[in-house]
Design a protein around this ligand. Structure first.
Ligand code: HSE
Length: 299
């Protein structure tokens, strides 16, 4: 049996739209056994209806794509997906599915694909690299699409930096959240984000996490998405008042993520919950850390 563990991820980190991301200590696990024929998929935990047909299952499609690229025929498969990462909430559930399929498929093929190959294939399937790169590599990552492929840099984040996620009780598809974005943005907003993205990266590399959080401001995507997320403004204000160094949209939302470097995670978590509650939205909060390892095959 092949068993793969893949972390949840939070993309954008404020200003780094489609570029920066982080792996979190929340995991999906996939077990795969080869069989004589057919594909059977069992799903534990998070169980969106559209995932139940094995013919249109993202993990199966990803394994098939890898076999196709390798020019190999696959056997039947029995998959057990233990899904913990919530679906369509901005925590990288589709990247977790793609990466688990790639790791399992690569193991079935005798690990013929390198990490860079898997990053390239995952990015092609997902459409942008900011979730799949941290899901594969772990840590805080910066990724860039070039003519040569996906270039990336990883920076480990210490355990004392905590991530508090507030996951509201409604789904928001990435497609809908991307449709809210404008075709063009003012030059001054682009400069605002460029300067902050560079500062977030520099601060992480210097280990200055107060500056890291302070610089997570954005004008390229959050202002256009907040109307889709009732209470987002209250969650941010509450988290910062309670001591968070920053609070931003996780990926395309609707989850909000706050960063804490001072042990005030419980107070921040309560404040975020109150922010959503004040807007009539119930939510679940989790106190997490950064997973610095990324996807792995379990023994
Ligand atoms: N960078 C992506 C977005 C992440 O914000 O749309 C969501 O998958």
């Amino acid at each position: 049996m092949i068993k793969v563990q893949v972390p949840a991820t939070s993309a954008n980190m404020g200003p780094g739209f489609d570029t920066m991301g982080v792996a979190l200590s929340l995991y999906n696990t996939l077990s795969v056994v080869e069989t004589e024929k057919d594909v059977v998929v069992e799903i534990l935990g998070e169980k969106p209806q559209r995932l139940l047909n094995p013919k249109h299952h993202l993990i199966v499609e990803t394994i098939d794509k890898l076999f196709q690229l390798a020019g190999k025929e696959r056997n039947g498969l029995h998959l057990v997906c233990d899904n913990v990462v919530p679906f369509a909430r901005g925590l990288g559930s589709s990247s977790a599915a793609i990466v688990s399929g790639l790791f399992a498929g690569n193991a079935l093929l005798g690990n013929i694909f390198s990490e860079d190959d898997l990053i390239k294939i995952a990015t092609e399937i997902e459409g942008h690299p900011d979730n799949v790169v941290p899901a594969i590599c772990g840590g805080f990552t910066i990724a860039c699409l070039t003519a040569q492929g996906v270039r990336h840099v990883k920076c480990a984040i210490p355990e004392e930096i905590q991530a508090i996620v507030a996951i509201p009780d409604f789904k928001l598809s990435t497609a809908k959240a991307r449709a809210a974005l404008p075709e063009a943005v003012p030059m001054k907003d682009a400069v605002f984000n460029m300067s902050r993205t560079a500062m977030v990266v520099a601060a992480a590399l210097q280990g200055d996490f107060a500056l890291w959080g302070e610089m997570m401001e954005d004008k390229l995507h959050q202002p256009y998405r907040f109307p889709l997320i009732p209470g987002a403004d209250k969650v941010i204000a509450g988290a910062k008042d309670a001591g968070a160094i920053s609070c931003v949209l996780s990926g395309a939302g609707p989850t909000m993520i706050a960063w804490v470097d001072n042990g005030k995670s419980i107070a921040v978590s309560e404040a975020m919950k109150q922010g959503f509650t004040a807007a009539g939205i119930s939510c679940e909060t989790k106190i997490l850390t950064v997973d610095n390892q990324g996807a792995k095959i379990l023994p």
